[in-house]
Design a protein around this ligand. Structure first.
Ligand code: KIV
Length: 259
């Protein structure tokens, strides 16, 4: 709980068998609560679009929204590793654009940027950013920015060829310099094989127990969102508590009991 998490010591933590505990945050108070709770990595995820801004897809937001929320979150984080998602089209077009955008996040306080997929261009970007000194986290399996082509919320890696492809992509991301890889919605045995074959840690979300770490969306575990995903566990029902508090307040004002 008191260890300092840095991009450069993730491989060492994996060797020691330490589980990496990761959650998302989009605002200052949540970031501060998570940091004080000893969460190892806080991700300003582009799930910001769906969870916080009420949009349908992650590809509906860009650099402006991500930077605004990253800055708020960074004010609340003292100990955890702070990572940020590079939003749709901030890296898929060219290495030049990717470097410019990643540098903006780095200057705004992110200690690592996360990119989805492992296309040839993405691998080159991972190499370039690593060479410059900006740590990169990969993201394989279900990659929400590609929902249009792979199908929204669809488990990946179920066929032999798809599993082989994800395995190969993970290996290439490690080779390109990624410091960790998020594995989203893939079969547990595939995640386990990838985890065993890499030196860098895997961080699972709907990918079984054997990943080196786990990540979930904070609002899901706090009970702030609708129950939708089978792999999410709700550790609180804060949404219900807020609803009750708002209703109690309304009642007392209407009954002239408050103030
Ligand atoms: O945007 C996000 O929240 C993510 C998940 C892996 C948690 O990328």
């Amino acid at each position: 709980m008191n260890k300092t998490i840095q991009a450069s010591n993730l491989v060492e933590l994996k060797k020691q068998g330490e589980k990496l505990v990761c959650l998302t945050a989009y605002d200052f108070p949540t970031a501060k609560i998570l940091d004080e709770a000893g969460i190892d990595m806080i991700l300003v995820g582009d799930s910001l679009a769906n969870v916080f801004l009420g949009l349908d897809n992650t590809y509906e937001i860009g650099m402006t929204e991500m930077l605004y929320h990253l800055r708020a979150v960074s004010r609340g984080v003292k100990r955890a590793l702070l990572a940020v998602d590079m939003p749709f089209l901030s890296y898929q077009v060219s290495i030049k654009e990717a470097v410019k955008n990643a540098a903006e996040f780095y200057r705004a306080g992110a200690q690592a940027v996360k990119l989805e997929g492992a296309s040839e261009l993405t691998l080159e970007i991972v190499e370039k950013l690593t060479e410059i000194g900006i740590p990169v986290i990969g993201h394989l399996g279900y990659t929400p920015q590609s929902a249009g082509t792979i199908g929204k919320g669809k488990i990946q890696g179920k066929t032999d060829s798809s599993a082989k492809n994800i395995f190969e992509q993970a290996r290439k991301l490690e080779e390109a310099g990624a410091i960790a890889i998020v594995l989203e919605m893939i079969p547990a045995d595939l995640a386990s094989q990838i985890t065993k074959s890499l030196k860098i840690p895997t961080i699972g979300i709907g990918a079984g127990l054997d990943c080196d770490g786990q990540i979930l969306v904070s609002d899901d575990i706090f009970g702030m969102t609708e129950k939708k995903l089978s792999f999410v566990k709700r550790y609180a029902e804060i949404g219900k508590e807020m609803n009750k508090a708002a209703m109690d307040f309304a009642q007392e004002v209407r009954d002239k009991k408050f103030p």
